[in-house]
Design a protein around this ligand. Sequence first.
Ligand code: PEP
Length: 256
Amino acid sequence: MTRRPYVAGNWKMNLLAADALRLASDVMRKTARHRSVDIGIIPSFPYLMGIAQRLEGSSLRLGAQDADPESFGARTSAVNAEQLKSAGVGFTLVGHSERRAAFGDSDADCNAKVHAALNAGLEVMLCIGETEMQRDQNQTQSVIERQLAGGLEGVSEDQWERLSLAYEPVWAIGTGRTATPDQAEQAHAWTRSWVEQRASKRVAAAVRILYGGSVKPANAAELLAREGIDGALVGGASLEADSFAAIVAAAANSRS
Ligand code: PEP
């Protein structure tokens, strides 16, 4: 099965409103010719509606960085999946390592968010990945499997169509250190094999697993050329339209 490459830019807590709108327009313009790639941008919450309007008629996907699992009510500061959907958002990250580390998101929290987002009609990109210490202690596979099992408990086979996974070794995020293509390929293989055992062969063949962790124009091609690496979740390099577009071009070329 050929999986469509998928490249998403996580803007994190960066940019002022006017810069975010400009970046969205620039990304739209500079990536428009890469029709073989699914492309997403993931701005901060306050910019989502404005950017959704700007993206009308474009195939660029709009994502949120998180989605609260609760329904409406007294949860000051939280934004739930239905609100995101109504604001024009198509997908949400769940379990980004910065959410896990800075806000204490557990696998159970991620699971509640996955279900709430899927039920609201959003697509979900679940992020998984080990810390440096866990890698040094040879725990990478067990950590990934624990995060997958906890985060995806109760997901039905038909819901997998709206799920993608991002393998992001924590030690490679925002550090300038990238997993070697061998390390990334191995982790993706463990992830896909877990999906095959827990969901099905069909789901495992179809699900897209992105790599994230200091992906730049200079290293994107060698990572994306690897079997089982279906795209990239990009942080720092997604804040500059030319470097993000270069990574998208590498994804397009990786399957041509
Ligand atoms: C990320 O935020 O998911 C990420 C991979 O960041 P960076 O590309 O900056 O390492």
